[in-house]
Design a protein around this ligand. Structure first.
Ligand code: 4AD
Ligand code: MG
Length: 462
């Protein structure tokens, strides 16, 4: 018989019918007359209860059904008298695919801490919590493509191996085919990359933006959605060494268009998750964060505050709040500052614009004051920065002057500068950290819990 997913068992037309379910056992309990098995197959956070009438089954048959075992059950779907479920399956036939020794299977029934589950990252997708998170993550990825495709953006795949450092933060993972124990050297003692497969020094990308600009200045509007890598040693609940980023880039866009797009986009994704993942979100809210649904709705119902970095810093300076890091004009804002503006002062998401040029990347458009650039960071409750973006400097002379000023090797940037040499246009874009969005929507507090296999300093087991 064909398998029915547990999520489909709740359709009224299946009531009274024969069904076949396959999944992993969460619990088994009961007595010598009747045994109840809670089964989950990953299609939903809901388990289905399977009722074994022990007049038809032997103890011996059911003995291997312990937590974690994989089974197949054919039976009749009936209304349930038990609380917490509308339907259950009256078991007819049982097949055991694989057992899970209770002595060694780590995910026994008791609720595990998230810390414990991080140690068991290879098995944690089998818990209700990680099932819920991973389904929400998948739905959000779909929503992202849907949002951009419906608006005529083209999905552009940018390289993961690159020779350019988009953010200039010097936090790149080197990629080389050279023997690290025997690196060829030039006369001046520097590594000679000409012998490398790529013929030059390469690294894993920190952002697809620069190539994204090539796409936008040809196709009009593109978005990227792929993994990015940062070798910064930040051990925080909001940083990963490998994270996914969505980077739309649009020709003929200014910073206001960019802010409108960012706000519409993020609201669309949150609404999509609320409309399509309600069981999972409610489960996570119940177990980890009572205010989750209210917070999501609050973001949807309110316009984001838009203000300049300069005004933001003034508010922070005038506040009586004791910050760990000092705040003054020119300082790079820390997450405590961002969260103060969002959570304490405005109590709404904030888009902060026009940052000092010294603390932002080389490609941002210089304002007339010659001191600030047309940057925009979207700041969220509980998260801090969720999006970073800007209007780009489209003027060839200004951009190459900035590149020179920052000592970025010109020879590496010729292809990028060609966008400004030939048919340059005003354009803008931004990057959304996918895991920060998933953090916000699931109410989790540690970014390691919203990506299936987190890569952080000292963490690359498999
Ligand atoms: O602010 P960032 O560094 O901006 C860029 O990379 C631009 N090139 C984007 C663009 O304009 N196209 O990164 C963008 C976002 C941040 O706002 C944050 O959400 C996320 O990426 N992010 C990280 N997420 C997880 N771990 C890290 N180490 C992250 N670094 C940035
Ligand atoms: Mg940023």
């Amino acid at each position: 018989m064909k398998r029915t997913k547990i999520i489909d068992l709740f359709r009224p037309e299946l009531l009274g019918k024969e069904v076949c379910v396959m999944g992993w056992v969460r619990t088994r309990r009961g007595n010598k007359h009747v045994q109840f098995v809670a089964l989950n197959d990953g299609s939903t956070v809901k388990n289905v209860q399977i009722v074994f009438d022990m007049a038809q089954f032997t103890d011996e048959q059911l003995k291997p059904i312990t937590t974690g075992a994989a089974i197949k059950v054919d039976g009749t779907l009936v209304e349930s008298m038990g609380k917490g479920q509308s339907v259950e399956i009256q078991a007819g036939a049982l097949e055991i695919f694989g057992t899970a020794d209770p002595e060694t299977y780590p995910l026994q029934k008791k609720g595990h801490t998230l810390e414990f589950l991080r140690e068991k990252a290879h098995l944690r997708p089998r818990t209700n919590t990680f099932g819920a998170i991973l389904r929400v993550r998948s739905a959000l990825a779909f929503a992202i493509h849907k949002f951009f495709q419906e608006r005529g953006f083209f999905y552009l795949n940018t390289p993961l191996i690159t020779a350019s450092d988009c953010e200039g933060a010097g936090a790149m993972f080197q990629v080389t085919t050279l023997d690290l124990n025997n690196l060829p050297k030039n006369e001046d003692g520097k590594v000679d990359y000409s012998a490398d497969f790529f013929g030059k020094s390469t690294a894993l990308t920190v952002s697809g933006q620069l190539e994204g600009e090539l796409g936008a200045t040809a196709l009009g509007a593109i978005y990227t959605f792929g993994p990015t890598f940062r070798a910064e040693n930040s051990n925080t609940p909001r940083h990963l060494s490998e994270f996914w980023m969505i980077e739309p880039e649009v020709a003929f866009f200014d910073i206001t268009d960019n802010m409108d797009l960012a706000e519409d986009f993020i609201k669309y994704c949150i609404r999509y998750a609320l409309d399509n993942c309600r069981d999972d979100i409610d489960f996570l809210a119940e177990h980890y964060d009572n205010e989750l649904v209210d917070r999501l709705k609050f973001v949807l119902d309110n316009e984001f505050v838009r203000l300049s970095y300069t005004d933001g810093v003034r508010i922070l300076e005038e506040s009586k709040h004791k910050f760990e890091f000092p705040v003054y004009w020119g300082a790079d804002l820390q997450s405590e500052h961002e969260r103060y503006l969002v959570e304490e002062h405005f109590k709404k998401p904030v888009i902060l614009t026009d940052y000092p040029k010294e603390i932002k990347a080389f490609y941002m458009k210089l304002n007339d004051d010659n001191k600030t650039v047309r940057a925009m960071d979207v700041l969220f409750p509980k998260i801090g920065e969720i999006i970073g973006g800007s209007e780009r400097e489209e003027n060839y002379d200004k951009l190459s002057a900035r590149i020179e000023e920052l000592d970025i090797p010109m020879k590496d940037m010729w292809w990028y500068l060609d966008t400004r040499r030939f048919g340059t246009v005003p354009h803008a874009g931004f990057g959304l950290g996918f895991e920060r969005l998933v953090l916000f929507v699931t109410g989790m507090t540690n970014i390691r819990d919203v990506i299936p296999f987190p890569r952080t300093p000292n963490n690359a087991e498999f």
